[in-house]
Design a protein around this ligand. Structure first.
Ligand code: TYM
Length: 344
């Protein structure tokens, strides 16, 4: 069955939006809006799977919204909203809690990393997190999901849930006139040279919001001096850059910086090596710092400007939630028929 093509993705409002979020996800969001109807969600329900200070969460939610807007997402054409305002996400997540198997969730590597040794003490929500993510996507019957590499396994689980729902309820789906398959199997969009941006201090670790050292990441709100300084101090090795991509394989830090440059410039890694291969690392770092400041500086400045106007940001979110809910409510109505809930 052909589903209407639709894009959905989400970003957690947990502070410190960084270059990894920007290159792995937000730049894709911007590009995809030319071709698709898109929903971009600030996933505050996901955020509270670990403790969030209620006095800080609204600011973080508005900051992600500001990043979407400052990066160029058109809130009139596309839908920007925060997850908690469309109750259907949580409602469908419950149905998926009853579709997904315990064994599937036990395999989730991100849960293992986040829970660490303290498993008995993490929230049930952290464990069920991927089911809510599946609900986010499927409540809009979205077909394409732009994400960084670290979300790949969650997307596979989403497809498994959609498939199992379609199979378990096949008869009911058919009997209610919803065709052969109710949910699409959404495609992850994980492309380009920066699907996994690494820490600037350690090329074996992902760039992340929770890393204690601020020098490990470039935040979208960093000013020009901070960006330049972080790149100057980024860990590298003493060799000049290679001329072939193969030469980057044993050099994770160099590989990461070349990937960042390529993604910011919109060229391939090989293109970057053609320009800088054989040259000194310091020359490349200067060029990378200049490029980063040129690309990220205006976004950071616009975010700060938008953050001065929370009333405007809240109006964008409210308008987005109202439009999102129309689609989500229609899906939930059908899901209730399919599962066998008597509707009022
Ligand atoms: P979150 O908030 O951790 O990250 C938001 C997006 O940024 C990407 N990303 C990275 N990409 C490249 N390099 C990095 N170092 C890096 N760090 C983060 C993430 O892959 C993500 O695309 N579970 C999701 C949010 C979510 C979601 C969804 C995404 C909730 N529901 C439905 C897609 C569809 C998360 O925690 O992303």
């Amino acid at each position: 069955m052909a589903f209407k093509e639709r894009v959905f993705s989400g970003v957690q409002p947990t502070g410190n939006l960084h270059l990894g979020n920007y290159l792995g996800a937000i730049t894709k969001f911007v590009a995809l809006q030319e071709r698709y109807d898109c929903l971009y969600c600030v996933v505050d329900l996901h955020a509270i799977t670990v403790w969030q200070d209620p006095a800080e969460l609204p600011r973080a939610t508005r900051e992600v919204t500001a990043a979407f807007l400052a990066s160029g997402i058109d809130a009139k054409k596309q839908i920007i909203f925060n997850q908690s305002q469309v109750a259907e996400h949580a409602e469908l997540a419950w149905v998926f809690n009853c579709v997904a198997r315990l064994g599937w969730l036990n395999r989730m590597t991100q849960f293992k990393e986040k829970a660490g040794k303290d498993r008995e003490n993490v929230s049930v929500g952290l464990y069920a997190y991927p089911n809510l993510m599946a609900a986010d996507i499927l409540v809009y019957r979205a077909t394409h999901v732009p994400v960084g590499e670290d979300q790949k396994q969650h997307l596979e689980l989403t497809r498994d849930i959609a498939q199992k729902f379609n199979t378990d309820f096949a008869q009911s789906i058919h009997a209610h006139g919803y065709g052969e398959a109710f949910f699409p199997l959404p495609e992850p969009i994980i492309q380009g040279p920066a699907t996994r941006v690494m820490s600037l201090r350690d090329g074996s670790k992902k760039m992340s919001k929770s890393e204690p050292s601020d020098y490990s990441r470039i935040n979208l709100t960093d000013d020009a001096d901070a960006i330049a300084q972080k790149i100057r101090k980024a860990k590298t090795d003493p060799e000049p850059l290679p001329s072939e991509e193969k030469g980057l394989e044993p050099r994770p830090e160099a590989d990461n910086l070349v990937g960042i440059y390529a993604a910011l410039k919109g060229v391939s890694k090989l293109g970057v090596l053609k320009e800088f291969g054989g040259g000194q690392f310091s020359t490349f770092k200067t060029a990378l710092a200049d490029l980063s400041v040129a690309k990220l500086g205006p976004i950071g400045a616009e975010m700060k400007k938008l953050m001065q106007d929370p009333v405007y940001i809240d109006s964008v979110l409210a308008d987005g939630a109202a439009r999102a809910q129309v689609i989500a409510a229609e899906t939930m109505k059908a899901v209730k028929d399919i599962v066998g809930f008597v509707r009022r």
